[in-house]
Design a protein around this ligand. Structure first.
Ligand code: GDP
Ligand code: MG
Length: 367
């Protein structure tokens, strides 16, 4: 059988394997260290020791093991992250893309900040993730998640390659994400877009027109120049990538950002990477769970569903998940709660163990 072995259970419960072997013997089921136990037997032994355990299925444990039949895959929009050195114009560019004024104050604007935004160009959608680039990539690396398909690297034409430009290039390369360079501030007199191209060749970022792999677009976020061309270039890059996902299954994806809202409780912006999320679905996100009570887009409009590459704000979680956490829909609300609570407990144990060494027993006594 493929159940938990005696040694594994001992490890999980932080007790000696001999203790378990002894109890098994007394229960009339003698087993050795390396033999597997049925789920029922695991629960029985744990119960015998005054513990409650729940067997997590392989699917629950290994969240990234989803498999889709290629015939179920449908094209999906690209998810884009804007990166670049401070003051090179990331916020201004996103702002120009959304035709709003986010950085100069949100008052009066129709766009609320939800951590991501969707824009339409030529009848096609592009999702922009606002998370500061390096944070998005740290989360991606830590969880093996892929929350961006394309990086737009903003480089100011009057300043050129700077430390955070190089950092962004390294992150993108490590994650295998293609880079489109937006050479910004081209409206400035001292702008030198060709010098930017020249400088970037040193880091392996070479324009297509020079025989390289990278698309470049000269823009001015301030004067709204080249923005449509940049969006069209992103779509070209997306076509090359042939981005696909299965929309006809339970949703999963990642938390982009989350916070506790005084009036509305935990609020999370999530990106759907697979399946379709519906209002009323039960989800687990990291250590949080809940039923999706409401779903809102970046304009605060209610939505009924979110499909692959859609970013939406949701209400209904019991706590605030962490940015980068994976989420997925559960058919059974009890399973969702169990998994989230188990994770929260595990995290609590790890946290306590950092402070002082405690066994599960002492923790349970405290609870
Ligand atoms: P971030 O730190 O990368 O988000 O950069 P910001 O978007 O905050 O821009 C930094 C400064 O550069 C601001 O004062 C902007 O007004 C200015 N800026 C951004 N884009 C342009 C541009 O295309 N042309 C000019 N002249 N200034 C720009
Ligand atoms: Mg900014």
């Amino acid at each position: 059988s493929e159940g938990v072995t005696v040694a594994e259970l001992a490890e999980a419960l932080d007790v000696s394997a001999n203790d378990i072997i002894k109890r098994l013997f007394l229960l009339g089921t003698p087993l050795t260290m390396t033999q597997s136990m049925s789920n029922d037997l695991v629960e029985l032994v744990a119960d015998d020791m005054g513990r409650k355990v729940r067997i997590v299925t392989a699917e629950e444990e290994n969240s990234f093991s989803f498999y889709d039949d290629p015939k179920d895959l449908k094209p999906r929009p690209p998810v884009v992250t804007v990166m670049g050195h401070v003051d090179h114009g990331k916020t201004s560019l996103l702002d120009a893309i959304r035709h709003t004024n986010v950085w100069s104050g949100e008052a009066g604007g129709i766009t609320q900040h939800i951590g991501a935004s969707e824009v339409m160009i030529n009848g096609r959608k592009i999702t922009f993730v606002d998370t500061p680039g390096h944070e998005a990539f740290t989360a991606m690396r830590a969880r093996g998640a892929k929350i961006t398909d394309v990086v737009v690297l903003v480089v100011a034409a009057d300043d050129g390659v700077m430390p955070q430009t190089i950092e962004a290039i390294n992150h993108s390369k490590a994650a295998g994400v293609p880079i489109i360079v937006a050479v910004n501030k081209c409206d400035k007199e001292e702008a030198n877009p060709d010098k930017v191209r020249q400088m970037l060749t040193e880091y392996g970022i070479i324009p297509e027109e020079w025989g390289g792999q990278n698309m470049f677009v000269n823009v001015s976020a301030k004067k709204n120049i080249g923005i449509d061309e940049l969006l069209e270039t992103i779509l070209l890059q997306a076509d090359v990538l042939e981005l696909k996902a299965n929309p006809d299954t339970f949703a999963s994806g990642n938390i982009i950002e989350a916070k506790l809202d005084r009036g509305r409780g935990p609020v999370a912006t999530l990106l759907v990477t697979r399946g379709t999320l519906h209002v009323g679905d039960t989800i687990v996100a990291g250590q949080s769970y809940g039923s999706v009570r409401a779903m809102l887009d970046q304009h605060g409009e209610h939505k009924d569903e979110a499909r692959p590459s859609d970013a939406v704000e949701i209400l209904g979680l019991n706590s605030v998940p962490a940015a980068g956490d994976e989420f997925r829909v559960f058919e059974d609300a009890r399973d969702a709660r169990d998994l989230a609570e188990q994770r929260a407990l595990k995290a609590r144990i790890e946290e306590q163990n950092k402070v002082k060494h405690v066994t599960l027993e002492t923790l349970f006594e405290e609870m």
